[in-house]
Design a protein around this ligand. Sequence first.
Ligand code: B1M
Length: 213
Amino acid sequence: MDIMKQIEENIIAGKFKETEGLVKTALEQGKSPNEIITDALSKGIDEVGRRFKCDEYFLPEVMTCARAMSTALATLKPHFTTEKKTTIGTFLIGTVEGDLHDIGKNIVSMMMEASGFTVYDLGIDVKPEVFIREIREKSPDLVGISALLTMTMPAQRDTIKAIEAAGLRDKVKILVGGAPIDQRWADEIGADGYAEDAVECVEKSKVLLGLGR
Ligand code: B1M
């Protein structure tokens, strides 16, 4: 079986102990980290989501698959690191309060870092007041707010409102993302933009900072 298919199947099976070896083999065969994410890992975790939705998988299975996914990303991380010493901008990112999903956010962080941004990752379940404290401390150019649940989408709005109330809204550009998010929602809650995936996040961040595409 082709290595990319093997990685996809490995994520679906949640065999996290074998993940690192498979990802290393793919890298040795000349696959880029980007290809491994798009053509193997994302396909695998999407299938996990589908099985969860139709009750073929339950939470314990999804957690094991997520662990395999996180292992794969940790293996890829050093291969993403940029050689650039100068930063083209600073990016603060977190998953909103009440939301524990971080796989997509971590991909966004890696891709932004690889593209020359300095990234401050606040993790998951980030309260609006923590975003505010960190904006004051780190003075980022951009803030990324991730939400994966329809239930936690309103927390993106609450976070933006809190940033406004703290008098910081004009100091940062705000991008929102996550599977249930779209441009319409971004407009409705007053974000500066929506990024469908990590590549678009890099592109839109550059545009917002006047750095072109
Ligand atoms: Co959860 N979960 N989950 N889950 N989970 C989803 C999201 C769900 C769609 C599954 C389903 O029903 N098919 C569903 C949400 C339904 C909804 O609200 N519409 C769901 C549910 C219901 C739940 C629980 C409520 C289940 C329960 O407890 N009964 C629970 C909630 C916990 C909580 O957060 N409070 C829960 C828990 C979990 C796990 C902990 C087991 C695990 C997460 C582990 C982890 O993240 N470390 C998990 C997982 C793995 C998933 C699925 C299967 C995969 C998510 C993922 O990693 N996708 C997911 C189904 C699915 O999405 N297919 C599901 C891969 C990732 C690369 O994509 O995160 O979309 P994504 O990120 C993309 C873009 O969205 C974008 O770029 C990324 C890279 O391309 N992006 C951004 C993301 N953030 C961005 C920020 C930006 C820009 C772009 O800032 C500028």
